[in-house]
Write a new protein. Structure first.
Length: 252
């Protein structure tokens, strides 16, 4: 169980390591070039890749939540940014300033770009493929297991919560209604969800030990490594873009 969405697209065909290169480039570039335009261009490219990968609709809930939180940043910066000089309009006695608005918008674009970049990775790359690719590159299998668990913990807890909710509803618990009713129904679910998570963790640890996870010696892999034929070109292109940005920043 993961956030991965199975699709047939050009983005899905790219190997996970190359996607990691893109995520690093997309996150670093707007900070190397602290420009409003660099932020929205990177955001636009990431959104376009989500669209090409046919997973933009799956990313909308997380983007909507982050955008709602960032809207407060835009409001606060527009009203109280220290460099405010030119008022666009007034809300009562408070002025809505252009400098603060653009500053808050730049922060929002950078944050949304980070979310979009990571969404490309988690929605178009299987966690197992990502972890296996990193282990092949020399990452410790223990760290790889931790990373795999992090990718899967939220979907697993959501599924467990749904199963326990259905079980409690079948026993007559009221789970629908106003906020007070939902709160009363939510609190009794926490105990079973936490206990179930602990039991699942213990079962995984036993399963790993039985399968020789701690055994010494060279490890083998069940599947052959699948490589994208343009991986090298894309990785060098991403690294080259970052290098050009660094040189431009130094010269400028």
């Amino acid at each position: 169980m993961s956030l991965y969405v199975s699709r047939r697209s050009a983005v899905h065909d790219v190997d996970p390591i190359t996607k990691l290169y893109y995520v690093a480039m997309a996150i670093v570039l707007p900070f190397i070039i602290p420009s409003f335009h660099a932020a929205w261009v990177c955001l636009l490219v990431s959104a376009a890749l989500l669209l090409i990968g046919k997973v933009l609709r799956n990313a909308l809930p997380m983007l909507g939540f982050v955008a709602f939180v960032l809207s407060t940043v835009i409001v606060i910066q527009s009203l109280f940014y220290p460099g405010n000089e030119h008022a666009m309009f007034y809300i009562g006695s408070l002025g809505w300033y252009e400098e603060g608005f653009l500053y808050g918008l730049g922060i929002s674009f950078r944050a949304l770009n980070i979310v979009c970049a990571f969404a490309i990775l988690v929605l178009t790359a299987k966690p197992s493929d990502l972890v296996e690719a990193l282990v092949r590159k020399g990452l410790s299998p223990r760290i790889g297991y931790v990373m795999s668990s992090v990718f899967q913990i939220i979907p697993q807890m959501v599924a467990t919560m749904g199963t326990i909710t259905d079980a409690q509803r079948s026993r007559g618990m009221e789970t629908e209604g106003n906020l007070l009713v939902r709160t009363k129904a939510f609190l009794p679910l926490l105990g079973p969800v936490v206990l179930s998570s602990l039991l699942n963790t213990k079962e995984r640890a036993l399963a790993l030990q039985v399968r020789g996870f701690n055994a010494s010696g060279a490890k083998t892999f069940l599947y052959e490594q699948q490589s994208y034929r343009y991986s090298t070109h894309l990785r060098w292109a991403f690294a080259g873009i970052v290098l050009i940005a660094v040189v431009w920043r130094i010269v400028a």
